[in-house]
Ligand binder design. Structure first.
Ligand SMILES: NC(=O)c1ccc[n+]([C@@H]2O[C@H](COP(=O)([O-])OP(=O)(O)OC[C@H]3O[C@@H](n4cnc5c(N)ncnc54)[C@H](O)[C@@H]3O)[C@@H](O)[C@H]2O)c1
Length: 270
């Protein structure tokens, strides 16, 4: 269904680890819609993942960057403008990691060094991306910056632990920076709050299969897939959404507006 809606647009896509990654699917869709971009991930993830395959398929250069490092981000934005031949029109921040979740720590037994790492990688990095971009004057007017969030920013999920705070902060940064960047340079900043999705980050959360199934039953349209999310990112990078900014956009098949569904009632009455 390619319509070339991103023809002539240039950008950076963070976070494609493997073919399940939301960023991976987004890169393929953006390419299909005529956009050009650089790909980036943390140096360690590059060694583990298969980003070079994606780079080949998308004709994209890979520029490693730890999203917590201002020096790496400055290099990434500068090189991306060089490689792509000008300022950028879109950025996808598709980054999340919690050492506490990885190590199976409960919410009443947090390691605070790891907690800070969770915040730095999963939320503060978004501010660093935006600030670096502003300082280098890297975005064209009406450019669009999107980060990916989860509904645990608003509601409590026992196993999402410190990532819930990271997502709340991520959404708050989108509002505050969106206001600043909008009035300074007409750049748009939003978060997309995505359904549970079977990726490395998603399935790393204990009980994932259960809340994936629960969300599926609570969503009249079912869970949004990574591919659906990629399509939404394309829409957000396109000129069709140019007046949307400072929003947390629910992309969840109706989950967030459902109290209970017939499907769930039927399942619980069995
Ligand atoms: N999978 C889900 O259920 C789900 C639901 C809602 C939102 N999200 C969000 O979507 C985004 C993408 O995750 P995904 O599900 O595609 O999983 P994923 O594991 O494929 O992607 C996460 C990415 O973050 C990268 N990353 C980690 N530390 C980094 C660092 N220091 N610098 C740069 N990159 C770093 C990883 O290398 C990886 O590529 C995350 O923000 C995640 O929280 C996921």
């Amino acid at each position: 269904m390619a319509n070339n809606v991103l023809k002539g647009k240039k950008g950076i896509i963070f976070g494609a680890l493997d073919e399940n990654s939301i960023a991976w699917k987004t890169a393929l869709k953006v390419k299909e819609e005529g956009g050009t971009f650089t790909l980036t991930n943390a140096p360690i993830a590059m060694r583990l993942g298969t980003i070079n395959q994606l780079a080949k398929a998308c004709d994209a250069e890979v520029i490693p960057a730890d999203a917590t490092s201002e020096a790496d981000l400055t290099n990434l934005f500068s090189k991306s403008m060089e490689v792509l031949g000008g300022k950028l029109d879109f950025v996808l921040h598709s980054i999340g990691m919690s050492p506490n979740i990885r190590k199976g720590k409960e919410y009443g037994d947090m390691n605070y060094d790891w907690y800070l790492k969770t915040i730095d990688i999963s939320a503060l990095s978004f501010h660093k991306v935006l600030q670096t971009s502003e300082k280098l004057d890297a975005m064209n007017e009406w450019g669009s910056v999107v980060a990916l969030s989860y509904i645990a920013a608003q509601r409590a999920y026992p196993d999402y632990t410190d990532m819930a705070q990271a997502k709340a902060m991520l959404e708050s940064i989108a509002r505050s920076y969106g206001q600043r960047y909008g009035s300074l340079k007409k750049v748009r900043v939003n978060t997309i709050s995505q359904s549970p999705t079977k990726t490395t980050a998603g399935t790393g959360i204990s009980g994932f299969d259960m809340f994936f199934d629960f969300a599926q039953m609570m969503s009249p349209l079912g869970n949004a897939s990574a591919e659906d999310c990629a399509n939404y990112c394309v829409a957000m990078f396109s000129d069709y959404t140019r007046m949307v900014t400072m929003q947390n956009l629910m992309h969840d098949g109706g989950f967030s507006a459902s109290g209970i569904t017939t499907e769930l009632v039927e399942r619980l009455s069995k």
